[in-house]
Design a protein around this ligand. Structure first.
Ligand code: BGC
Length: 543
């Protein structure tokens, strides 16, 4: 493989949530032309690729994750010509374009579902997961949907239930039918032919279901937390052995890979959520016949400690054979990391340290728009809420709107320069002080720290491709080595997760030569002792 084809190893993938990046036509919703206008900014971040959350035709019940036509751009976002223009400009700026492919379910307004629900005999009658009710009319089993309540919706035309792991308006396709698999792959190929460089595969573990429809076993109360589900969600009360991560999935992801291999350089990034996501990440990215990269929610939870990060990364490393991880601390589904991990700290060194830590782990990384500004979770009042998940579980879980509010571009402009129309979600007042214009003018800002770190990281083969080995250190300090056999580069890195100055034993490594990072608080070595300021970082070469 040439380097060009392996571009994704160690790559930085910037996630664009198109509704909220930039609105070019002032209807209050971001669009493809808005992305095009901001591509120079994105390029200035030094990212290798963008992943665009779904921009396909959709009734927007789940804001694009419910697709009614896989081959059309939703008119809210633009059209195919805009999409082609986006690819062209991104490529001219040396940015790859990855699209979000939502394969496990469609919108209930998709033509396939309209046909399937008509009766039990039409050509697409088994393209979705239909099941008869129990004799007492109840759903066929105990499966729960992630967005709340039973995973079965009654359909009076067929007098049957259909399966939906997410909203009732997101019916699950029946992947046991080979025609469904082929139709889905044909849709994917449509975009590969159009020149996209990769796919983020949404909810990819959910494609298949247990055909015997066995009940999921109950999960003990103490194991219900984590993985982004609110604990008051009945979904958290079960082990999802039968509606998720079925063994047949592996065969299907191998078909996706075979298709991608026809388009040199095109890659896949699978979103993994299972009972043992780290193991599944390893399994789904094994060999060169499955997915190129996988990521999971393990660093997207509220767990913020050096022990947790080390344990998570080490467990994955042990499980991985030749698979390739991708890490994220933020996305459009979870609260912003400065709020989740940092408890809304005003200290800019916190987001700077988190980015440097994320960018030093072995693997590729996804960075969610606004993370480079150190945005906090926005406060969205109930009457402005859009996310059906939040509306369902309010007030114990406020949903995902707080991480989806518009990007603050310019504190002097109306709606922070996002749109002159009324934005679909309010701009958070506290985000104005973190606007791009202000941070660009401040050489020491979170944004400039992001840029300088990412530009420097690109030149460090040990960070892009090296092995990782953790070193025991003070409890609040995450310390590890990255070593790249090919270039011979060896790096020692350390991060202070706390807001206190920490003194710890320096690693016993020969010829440590520190590399102070511009815009960060750097630790210092003195004899045997490493001193790291609050949320500080330490990078050093060794022999
Ligand atoms: C996406 C969510 C979406 C769900 C259903 C996910 O994992 O990231 O935003 O609601 O899939 O498609």
């Amino acid at each position: 493989m040439t380097e060009q084809i392996d571009w994704w190893r160690g790559a930085v993938i910037y996630q664009v949530y198109p509704r909220s990046l930039h609105d070019s036509n002032n209807d209050g919703i971001g669009d493809l032309q808005g992305i095009i206008e901001k591509l120079d900014y994105i390029a200035s971040l030094g990212v290798d690729a963008i992943w665009i959350s779904p921009c396909f035709k959709s009734p927007m019940k789940d804001f694009g994750y419910d697709i009614s036509d896989y081959r059309q751009i939703d008119p809210i976002f633009g059209d195919l010509a805009d999409f082609d223009q986006l690819i062209e400009k991104a490529h001219a700026l040396n940015i790859k374009v990855m699209i979000d492919q939502v394969l496990s379910h469609t919108s209930d307004l998709h033509d396939w579902f309209s046909e399937s629900r008509q009766n039990k005999t039409n050509d697409k009658s088994d393209w979705y997961v239909w099941a008869d009710p129990n004799p007492d009319g109840t759903p066929p089993n105990n499966w729960q949907s992630i967005f709340g309540g039973p995973a079965w919706q009654w359909d009076s035309r067929r007098c049957q239930y259909y399966l939906h792991n997410f909203l009732a308006s997101q019916p699950d396709l029946n992947f046991h039918n080979p025609d469904v698999q082929q139709a889905v792959l044909d849709n994917v190929e449509f975009w590969l032919k159009r020149g996209v460089d990769g796919l983020r595969l949404d909810a990819i573990t959910y494609c298949f279901h247990d055909q015997a429809l066995r009940d999921n076993p109950a999960k003990p109360e103490e194991l219900r937390a984590g993985r982004g589900f609110s604990e008051d969600n009945p979904y958290a009360y079960q082990y999802h052995y039968y509606n998720n991560e079925r063994p047949e999935n592996l065969g299907f992801i191998e078909k996706i890979r075979a298709l991608l291999d026809k388009y040199p350089g095109a890659v896949s990034l699978g979103e993994i959520s299972s009972e043992d996501s780290l193991k599944t990440m390893a399994e789904y990215s094994e060999g060169d016949h499955r997915l190129h990269m996988t990521y999971s929610f393990e660093l997207l939870t509220n767990d913020y400690s050096t022990g947790y990060v080390q344990e998570t990364v080490s467990t994955l490393e042990e499980a991985l054979s030749d698979g390739w991880p991708c890490w994220a601390v933020g996305n459009h589904d979870v609260a912003r990391v400065v709020t989740r991990w940092g408890h809304n700290t005003q200290n800019p060194d916190f987001p700077k340290m988190v980015t440097a830590m994320l960018g030093s782990l072995r693997g590729s990384l996804c960075v969610y728009q606004g993370e480079e500004l150190g945005l906090t979770e926005a406060e969205v009042p109930y009457d402005k809420l859009q996310d059906p998940y939040g509306i369902e579980f309010w007030p114990t879980f406020k949903g995902r709107d707080g991480c989806r509010t518009p990007m603050p571009w310019d504190d002097k402009k109306v709606n922070s320069g996002f749109s002159e129309g009324s934005p679909w979600l309010p701009v958070d007042a506290s985000h104005l002080a973190k606007s791009v214009n202000l941070q660009e003018a401040d050489p020491d800002s979170v944004l400039n720290a992001y840029r300088t770190f990412m530009a420097w990281r690109k030149q460090q083969p040990a960070l892009i491709n090296g092995d990782i080995e953790f070193i025991e250190s003070a409890e609040q300090v995450l310390m590890f080595k990255r070593t790249d056999a090919h270039s011979g580069q060896k790096l020692l890195v350390a991060f202070n997760f706390s807001d206190q100055l920490i003194k710890t034993q320096a690693a016993q490594l020969p010829n440590l030569v520190q590399i102070p990072l511009k815009c960060h608080k750097n630790g210092e070595i003195n004899g045997q002792e490493l001193t790291i300021p609050p949320f500080g970082v330490f990078f050093s070469t060794f022999q």
